[in-house]
Design a binder for this molecule. Structure first.
Ligand SMILES: C[S@@+](CC[C@H](N)C(=O)[O-])C[C@H]1O[C@@H](n2cnc3c(N)ncnc32)[C@H](O)[C@@H]1O
Length: 183
């Protein structure tokens, strides 16, 4: 409530949203999954449950209060206090060269165009060729100017952009599930 343009959400997302999000998480090998804006961790449990032994699950969170909350309540999550805008530098510091899935719930439609592009470019650079990028937005926010621009950028950036709506959330959530970055 204190910082609506950064948090961009009145309540944490529901279990139904988390279940859909978790589907892009690889269940074999030793994948690296990065969550941008894990917040209170409402998506993190579902992601964590699917990850195999030896995987890495890194959450990059801007708010210091939420970083403390995550460190206390989700000790298995590698919490990085930082800005998604510094994604590649933060991954480098964490010793990560390639990422299998980027799961983002930062308020994309509220970001300035250059901030959208900057973060998206880094996410695609970090992804393996078969990696997945997902973004959540409120249904309706996708029709705002920032939301429409973000959707267009996703189509410019990825060969495949699928959408899915989770109605069991207030407000309903639109998922973008994107693969094969067009480099
Ligand atoms: C809409 S909330 C989503 C929280 C949680 N993942 C969920 O689905 O309930 C957005 C989160 O992104 C964080 N955030 C916003 N901008 C960010 C940025 N540039 N880098 C990292 N985290 C950011 C906010 O602090 C907040 O925790």
């Amino acid at each position: 409530m204190r910082n609506p343009r950064v948090v961009g959400a009145p309540t944490p997302t529901s279990a139904a949203v988390a279940e859909t999000v978790a589907q892009v998480v690889p269940t074999t090998g030793t994948p690296v999954v990065v969550e941008l804006g894990p917040g209170t961790g409402s998506l993190s449990d579902g992601i964590h449950r699917r990850l195999p032994e030896g995987a890495r699950h890194i959450g990059i969170e801007l708010s210091p209060e939420l970083v403390d909350h995550l460190r206390e309540h989700k000790p298995w999550l590698e919490v990085v206090h930082g800005d998604a805008a510094d994604l590649l530098a933060l991954l480098d510091k964490a010793g990560v060269t390639e990422v299998d899935a980027v799961i983002s719930s930062i308020p994309w439609s509220l970001l300035a165009p250059n901030a959208q592009d900057h973060i998206l470019r880094q996410a695609t650079e970090a992804l393996t060729p078969h990696g997945a990028f997902t973004a959540l937005t409120y249904l309706g926010a996708d029709r705002t100017q920032g939301g429409r621009r973000f959707r267009a950028r996703l189509h410019d950036t990825f060969d495949e952009v699928l959408t899915h709506t989770t109605w069991l959330n207030f407000p309903p959530i639109l998922h973008y599930i994107c693969r094969r970055p067009l480099r």
